[in-house]
Design a protein around this ligand. Structure first.
Ligand SMILES: [Cu+2]
Length: 155
């Protein structure tokens, strides 16, 4: 009688451990995907540069780019990137958008501001350029570097 009770408890424990082993990977995967933090950058646009022009984030981060057209020469400027064809950012503020030369662009008139928000889901270096006239060839370029998180040491 007593042996039976012990076996029953052991059996219950084994079933519980199996359940934990089966369920845990499912539970932890989405949690890892949500470890990215929110990174906010203020980017000024003038003739002919972005400041800053290099943005570095970790894969999985939510990236917020706050653009302001601060050009004293009162030219329009934009950010245009192929990245935004695959990852369409949420855009707010005063901007004009469209696609040109296989890049999605967001353009602001002098004195205007807009904000782009997206999740950096792909690792790599993603160039962007001002898509207005020849601003890119005049040096108005930049890049978003998305760094894959370092591998965790083995337990
Ligand atoms: Cu420009």
């Amino acid at each position: 009688m007593r042996m039976r009770a012990v076996l029953g408890v052991l059996g219950g424990l084994v079933i519980l451990m199996l359940l934990v082993a089966l369920v845990l990977p499912v539970v932890t995967s989405p949690a890892q995907a949500q470890t990215g933090s929110r990174k906010v950058f203020q980017i000024s646009m003038v003739s002919y540069m972005f400041t800053p022009s290099l943005i570095t984030v970790n894969r999985g981060d939510t990236v917020v780019l706050q653009f302001s057209n601060d050009d004293p020469d009162r030219r329009n400027h934009s950010i245009a990137s192929r990245l935004f064809m695959r990852i369409e950012p949420k855009a707010t503020g005063e901007f004009r958008t469209g696609v040109g030369d296989e890049r999605r662009f967001f353009a602001a008139e002098p004195g205007k501001k807009f904000e782009l928000e997206f999740v950096a889901s792909e690792a790599g270096s993603f160039p962007f350029v001002c898509g207005v006239f020849d601003h890119g060839s005049r040096g108005q370029t930049g890049a978003i570097n998305v760094v894959a998180a370092a591998a965790r040491p083995a337990p």
